[in-house]
Design a protein around this ligand. Structure first.
Ligand SMILES: C[S@@+](CC[C@H](N)C(=O)[O-])C[C@H]1O[C@@H](n2cnc3c(N)ncnc32)[C@H](O)[C@@H]1O
Ligand SMILES: [Zn+2]
Length: 185
């Protein structure tokens, strides 16, 4: 009898645990979009690719993450830049401005858009539309093409971020276009 009760309790416990992990998984499920799939990239690690033709102006996928204050963002930038200096395989900065008070830290496993690589000749841009960060197609993108945006990094420490986008416009470093003229000096 005692054994039956123990087994009963164990089964109930297992079901509750399973349900909990399913719910947790649902919450942490990776964001997706009908336009993309994740595959390994020739540029770096994994990348995001168009799985169908994407017309110019399409909101491809939302860049999601944890809402953080500007102060938290500042601290995180320092931490992630130092982490990147030690290990170049990890991304440097995943922070986007949300509004005057808050930023988004996109370095979370459920943010698929964090896998988008940088290009000096990108086919997408990042836009804040009514408080949401979107990856928007800058041109018509053909099925199979990799999705890119310009990470817009600062000029500071640019040598820590070499670019391998291999496009004709590549300036050799991951950097906002406004800083490119400084490279020619
Ligand atoms: C946000 S992650 C992009 C996803 C990454 N491919 C992955 O598999 O995790 C950013 C990192 O990818 C690498 N990366 C992205 N675009 C690159 C490029 N054009 N050239 C060289 N490395 C790049 C850099 O190491 C960068 O810090
Ligand atoms: Zn480049």
């Amino acid at each position: 009898m005692a054994l039956k009760v123990a087994v009963g309790f164990y089964l109930i416990y297992t079901v509750i645990k399973l349900e909990h992990s399913i719910l947790l998984n649902m919450k942490l499920q990776r964001t997706t979009s009908p336009f993309i799939s994740v595959k390994s990239s020739l540029i770096h690690g994994r990348g995001v690719f168009a799985k169908k033709n994407v017309p110019k102006g399409t909101k491809i996928i939302e860049y999601v993450g944890k809402k953080i204050t500007k102060k938290q963002a500042e601290e995180l930038v320092t931490i992630s830049i130092n982490r990147h200096k030690k290990d170049k395989t990890v991304g440097a900065v995943y922070i986007f401005e949300l509004n005057k008070k808050y930023d988004i830290d996109g370095d979370v496993p459920y943010n698929t858009a964090r896998l988008i690589n940088h290009s000096c000749d990108p086919n997408c841009e990042v836009e804040n539309i009514r408080g949401k960060i979107w990856i928007i197609a800058l041109k018509d993108i053909a099925r199979g093409e990799e999705i890119f945006y310009n990470y817009g990094y600062d000029y500071e420490d640019f040598e820590d971020h070499p670019c391998r986008c291999k496009t004709n416009r590549c300036v050799g470093y991951i950097m906002a276009e406004e800083h490119w003229p400084k490279l020619k000096k």
